[in-house]
Structure formats: C-alpha cells, structure tokens
Design a binder for this molecule. Structure first.
Ligand SMILES: Cc1cc2nc3c(=O)[nH]c(=O)nc-3n(C[C@H](O)[C@H](O)[C@H](O)COP(=O)(O)OP(=O)(O)OC[C@H]3O[C@@H](n4cnc5c(N)ncnc54)[C@H](O)[C@@H]3O)c2cc1C
Length: 373
C-alpha cells in the first residue's frame, strides 16, 4: 500500500509513526525546510481536556504508541480576570512542550522517531498525489483542502500574537489573563522554556493585524509586563469543523480535518490522535469516519463551549475565575478525574448568569453535526 502524507506537523508525523508500526512506510511531504512551526513557543497539554484519561503522556504511549519528552510537568495555574486573581496548584495539570523547530520540540521529537522519508521544501498538491498513491493524508494544519472539497465550515477566527521573552519564570506554571479589553473571546498566557526564557501569547477573536498590535500594547501596559522581547510572531488562525473526514482516498487529519478542541484552542493531542486513527483506518480498510467518530464528538462538544466563551464579558470572567477556585470546584477540577468538560457548558452559562432553568439538562448534548443540516 502506498501512502502520501502532506505536512510534517503533529498529525502527519503521528500518522507516519503508526503506519510504520503497522508495516507501511509512507512518503511525507513538507513545504518548510524542517518540521515544526517557524516560531518557538511553549504549548501545554491539559489533563482536563482528555478526561477520564489521567495522564495524557501515558495515554498517548499506551493507546497510540507515541512517546515524547515534555519540558516540564504543569503544576500551577495563576488566573488573572480583570478584578480577580486566583492561584491553583495540582500534582498534574498536564505537561508543557517546546513547540517549533528547536531540537527538543514536540515536532522534532516525533520526526526523529520515524524512519520514513520526509521530502522538505516541497509544497505538495493533494489531487495530483491522489492519482499516484493508494491514500493521501492531508495534514496541512489549515482549511485549504477541506474548503476546496466543500467539506469545511468555519467555527471561529482568531489572531495570535506571541513573543519569546526574557525574565524570571516558573517552568511548572501557566499564567493566564482573561479580559475583553485586549483578548476578546480568547485569552493571553505565559509559559516558560526555562527559568529565564518565557513564551508570551495573546489570542483575540476576529481582528486585523493592525488592531492586534494595539491589543498587544494594551495587554502589556495593563498587566504591567515589561519583559525583554527577543522574538515575535503574528498569525491568524481559522478553526472549523469537517465532515466527512474522508473523500475517496483522501483523509484529512489534525487541524486540516477539524480535529482541534475549539474551547481553548488545544489541538496537539487531538491532532496526533487523528493521525494515528487515520493510519489504522487505512491499514484495516475501515472508513475513517467510523474510526474517528468518538474524537469527532469530543471536538464538536468543545465548539459549544467556545461559543459561550465568545460571549463572555469582563464581569463574567471575574465570576468564572472566582467560581473555578471555590474549594469544591477546585477539588472537582483539579483533584478528581471527573470529565468536567461534559458539564462545562452548563457551568459557563450559570456563570454568565443567563441561565434558562426550564431548558437545562445536566449533560450538554453533543451539538448536531452542522454539515448534516
Ligand atoms: C501559538 C500557538 C499556540 C498553541 N498552543 C497549543 C497548546 O498549548 N496546546 C495544544 O494542544 N495546542 C496548541 N496549539 C494548537 C496546535 O499547535 C495545533 O492544533 C497542531 O499543531 C495542529 O497540528 P497539525 O498537524 O494539524 O498541523 P501543523 O502542526 O500546523 O502542521 C502542518 C504542516 O503541514 C505543512 N504544510 C501545509 N501545507 C503543505 C503543503 N501543501 N505541502 C507540504 N506541506 C504543507 C506545514 O508547513 C506544517 O509543517 C497552538 C497553536 C498555536 C499557533
């Protein structure tokens, strides 16, 4: 069986890794000269996103045969809402990973774990490859192919402004800011590569590059952040849902296949999972839709959470941060294994004080597949 994978990002590399394990050596095409995003940053994988999984690294190793070394364990979160600041600590919020093209980045680690040939500096065309190969895996990290195939629906658009900064940092901590004055429908966060090198990121919904610079300046000024900036980046990101995830012999994985948790924009674990599931579907000759159905449902549920987040006001954020750190909530959120995201829609709506008691149900339903309407 001949398989072409377009994109040596997390989903494409995870797919190649699983194919190799099943005896197939794909051809991987990557338009950049190395694996990984062009800008370095520190990303987290958050335990709460994958409950009842207790430890995502063990889960990825056991269920998906993927192994990677994190920068550090994630043990502390400092949350800044406009008028409320709270700190929570736990033995295991998750892990921090270096992202980008560095020698320890998650992408570099995955690339080093495969034997298949990666052809760099090659912008591949999916329709050409589909004629030549038995399967083509689209792992391009963007909506272009799915939109051309007519199977993509936008869910939200954000602008991301980030920087590598110098200062003093706790490598086990994530500091988060929620404030509509500069991060409408999203948030800002600080993580650390090392005790003296940090990664500062601001995300804002639907804005222009010019306005994003203004939001960045407001953010730094308002939060009195005076770090020395050594590297900066700006990018726009369009997230969406995809249905179906397979058209003929073309399978779409990772962000290109809509496998991204819309709630907080976490896509690392879901991208790798979708890549592995695509490999299994191809080798076993099963429809990818069937193999990835559970993951797909998780993604759709997170879209609903994001929709609520998009309407939050500053007073809602104050209430949310205060509520999330009530002793009972703290215990449920951080010391149990309960799948709190299943209830999160209700909690967010309660916090937003726009609750319609008549219509409430305990478990939020998985939203309808928008592509089926
Ligand atoms: C600033 C930032 C912070 C983030 N933080 C987190 C976080 O903390 N936790 C988390 O879980 N997720 C995070 N994410 C999201 C996560 O990084 C993505 O969901 C994930 O990388 C998507 O993986 P992917 O394989 O789908 O795409 P990508 O990793 O984007 O890889 C796609 C690859 O395809 C290549 N490519 C594209 N088109 C072609 C073509 N035609 N031919 C050849 N190659 C092509 C690209 O060059 C790229 O290398 C963050 C994202 C950003 C931008």
């Amino acid at each position: 069986m001949r398989v072409a994978i377009i994109g040596a990002g997390l989903s494409g590399l995870a797919c190649a890794h699983e194919l190799e394990r099943l005896g197939i050596f794909p051809d991987v095409f990557e338009e950049r000269s190395r694996p990984g995003e062009l800008f370095p940053h520190v990303g987290g994988i958050l335990q709460i996103m994958n409950r009842p999984v207790r430890n995502q690294l063990e889960f990825l190793k056991k269920e998906y045969h993927l192994q990677a070394k994190p920068l550090s364990a994630w043990k502390k979160i400092t949350m800044h809402a406009p008028s409320v600041t709270r700190v929570v600590k736990s033995r295991n919020f998750g892990y921090f990973f270096e992202r980008g093209q560095g020698s320890s980045s998650l992408e570099t680690q995955l690339a080093n774990s495969i034997k298949s040939r990666i052809t760099f500096n090659c912008r591949a065309n999916y329709s050409e490859l589909a004629k030549e190969y038995d399967y083509v895996v689209v792992a391009t990290g963007n909506r272009a192919v799915a939109a051309t195939l007519g199977i993509w629906k936008d869910t939200f658009t954000t602008m991301v402004r980030g920087a590598v900064v110098l200062g003093k940092f706790n490598t086990e901590e994530l500091i988060m800011w929620v404030n509509t004055d500069y991060a409408l429908g999203a948030y800002a966060y600080l993580t650390a590569f090392s005790p003296d090198r940090g990664s500062l990121v601001l995300i804002h919904a639907n804005t222009s590059p010019e306005d994003m610079e203004r939001h960045w300046t407001t953010f730094l000024k308002k939060e009195r952040l005076e770090y020395q900036v050594v590297e900066s980046f700006l990018l726009s990101h369009i997230a969406g849902t995809v249905y179906p995830h397979q058209v003929g012999n073309i399978l779409l994985v990772g962000a290109a296949g809509g496998f991204m948790e819309s709630f907080l924009g976490f896509g690392a674990v879901s991208s790798m999972r979708s890549g592995v599931l695509a490999a299994r579907a191809m080798v076993k000759g099963q429809p990818f839709a069937k193999v990835s159905d559970k993951l797909d449902q998780e993604m759709r549920r997170s879209v609903r959470l994001r929709e609520i987040l998009n309407t939050m006001k500053n007073e809602d954020y104050d209430r949310l941060v205060a509520t999330a750190t009530f002793p009972i909530m703290k215990h449920i959120n951080y010391n149990t294994n309960l799948p709190v995201l299943n209830f999160a829609g209700n909690i967010l709506e309660l916090v937003r004080a726009s609750v319609d008691w008549e219509k409430k149900s305990i478990l939020p339903p998985v939203p309808e597949n928008p592509h089926k309407k």
